[in-house]
Design a protein around this ligand. Structure first.
Ligand SMILES: Cc1cc2nc3c(=O)[nH]c(=O)nc-3n(C[C@H](O)[C@H](O)[C@H](O)COP(=O)(O)OP(=O)(O)OC[C@H]3O[C@@H](n4cnc5c(N)ncnc54)[C@H](O)[C@@H]3O)c2cc1C
Length: 487
């Protein structure tokens, strides 16, 4: 049995940021992940928005964390070497119901202390975003709304936590958690034995950051309280503008507000593409076990219809990819005849359930990515208290160097880097302009399959979706695994 202070279950955004924050203390941390890499759960497919904080009810933990996190995001991304932009956002309404939601959000934003928000008339909104359908009746502008690539952020948090000493164990699904009896006279939890099919860990604290499966993981030691009933979402990505194109159709992040929350969101992403979505697609309750990230034709058609309605001039033939996602909606449940009965009551604020040494992050939804570092810090501070080691790790380094991307360099900088590392002159992915040097570094940092290389470099994410570069990347991966074979 391996001894560790804290086991974190799940290496999504919340698990990785909690691990990173725990490394501020002198604590031994092990992260157990069932998949072969980080960011393969909910975190892999989201809208990439760093929210300003006007959507959340004043006074809630969610609203406080969101406003604070947004303010801190430039520093966080600069520490972690993550590309971050603040195009600002415009929430547009077409009609009285949407107008009243917009006014409510403006009021909430003011109460929450969100900087740089203002109400606009329809004419003002149309002047700012002329490609949007005419007839806007009101809009809410926010200058602090930003966007990041969720993979980039999650991988950066993981690498930084790992560089500071956190251990990550992949391909290990936690199958059992057993509480150890506390020693006589000791009031605190006796710790846990956390098992996977390969190994067992003895930990003082367990942090359950298992995303869609947080309910099942919690029930390994506790009675059922709430269950996660996912709702599906569909997205579409349009290619980056080609040279000569006039622009990306919108300059700001656009939220199309509707009474039922089923409007369109448009995000000009940090890599230059355009993200459209998410839809809201109901899943039957019995699909809650089959957590798949597929899209459905109905969902994509719904997205196309929304685009036609809200941005009629948008060229959907530039679509390069669609993908699905799952929203983890947590409802309280009761048991009847061995079956879970879902109540109408949803857990809507950020909830950290603390149960005798186990901290569960239960059904954290939007803006979970925005607040991942802030929330991770709260959970880490509490775990350090329970472990009883709150002395700070003087050696903690919050910085992480990113892989330098050839496509971000000027011609002069590119020539200079090629002179130092000739593999920067060998382009492997032509659509996204990714070189052999970047792919090599991704593999050196632990990427061990195509998907992991793609997420770390962007190779294969362009128009041809990898048909021209995956063969060479596979050869590099194979060569890394069996260098003697000389692939
Ligand atoms: C459609 C959608 C759009 C969103 N858009 C935004 C946005 O624009 N901005 C924003 O701020 N937030 C957004 N969010 C919210 C944000 O993406 C989530 O809050 C966040 O990704 C949740 O991360 P997580 O670490 O809790 O979960 P996950 O990423 O799912 O991580 C949990 C991990 O636990 C692992 N795991 C599960 N069970 C086990 C087990 N038994 N053993 C070992 N490992 C296990 C899983 O494999 C997974 O890797 C969005 C969410 C959705 C669904």
């Amino acid at each position: 049995m391996v001894k560790t202070d804290v086991v974190i279950i799940g290496a999504g955004l919340l698990g990785c940021f909690t691990a990173r924050n725990l490394m501020r203390y002198n604590i031994d941390v092990t992260v157990l992940e069932q998949e072969g890499d980080v960011c393969r759960g909910i975190s892999r497919a989201n809208t990439g928005i760093i929210y300003p904080g006007y959507d959340n009810k004043p006074g809630t933990l969610k609203s406080k964390l969101c406003v604070k996190a947004n303010r801190e995001f430039d520093r966080l991304c600069s520490d972690l070497g993550v590309a971050f932009s603040r195009p600002g956002s415009i929430m547009v309404g077409y009609g009285p119901e949407a107008d009243s939601v917009i006014r409510k959000k403006y009021k909430q934003g003011k109460e929450n202390g969100v900087p740089g928000i203002k109400l606009l008339s329809g004419y003002e909104a149309e002047a700012i975003e002329p490609m949007l359908a005419k007839g806007i009746t009101s809009a809410l502008y926010s200058e602090s709304t930003g966007t990041v690539d969720p993979w980039d952020l999650c991988i950066a948090a993981y690498e930084n936590a790992r560089n500071n000493g956190a251990k990550f164990v992949f391909n290990n699904a936690v199958t059992d958690i057993r509480r150890e009896e506390p020693e006589e006279g000791v009031k605190t939890s006796g710790g846990f034995v956390v098992s996977t099919s390969c190994e067992a860990w003895n930990a003082k604290v367990v942090i359950n950051a298992a995303g869609l499966y947080a309910d099942r993981v919690r029930e390994m030691t506790e009675k059922p309280l709430a269950r996660i009933f996912p709702k599906a979402a569909d997205y579409m990505i349009l290619d980056r503008p080609s040279p000569g194109d006039t622009g990306r159709c919108v300059e700001h992040i656009v939220f199309h507000e509707t009474e039922d929350g089923k409007g369109l969101t448009i995000v000009p992403t940090v890599d230059g593409s355009l993200l459209l979505g998410p839809t809201r697609r109901q899943l039957p309750d019995d699909e809650m076990v089959d957590h798949s990230f597929r899209t459905e034709d109905d969902g994509i058609r719904n997205l196309e219809d929304l685009c036609d309605e809200i941005v009629p001039g948008l060229d959907l033939s530039k679509r390069i990819r669609t993908f699905g996602s799952l929203r983890p909606r947590p409802y309280y449940v009761s048991m009847q005849d061995g079956e879970f009965i879902r109540s109408d009551e949803k857990i809507s604020d950020v909830s950290i359930l603390e149960e005798n040494g186990m901290l569960s992050l239960f059904g954290i939804r939007t803006p979970g990515m925005t607040i991942a570092d802030e929330l991770g810090r709260i959970v880490a501070d509490r775990a350090a208290e329970i472990v009883g080691r709150t002395d700070l790790n003087e050696g903690f380094d919050p910085h992480r160097d990113p892989i330098i991307r050839a496509r971000d360099l000027s011609p002069e900088e590119r020539a200079e880097i090629i002179s130092r590392d000739p593999e920067y002159g060998d382009v492997i992915c032509f659509c996204m302009d990714v070189t052999k040097a970047e792919i090599r570094q991704a593999i050196e940092r632990g990427a061990n399959d195509i998907e992991a290389v793609k997420r770390r470099t962007g190779a294969g994410l362009g128009k041809c979706q990898g048909s021209r570069c995956f063969k060479r990347i596979n050869d590099m991966l194979a060569n890394e695994k069996c260098p003697d074979k000389g692939h």
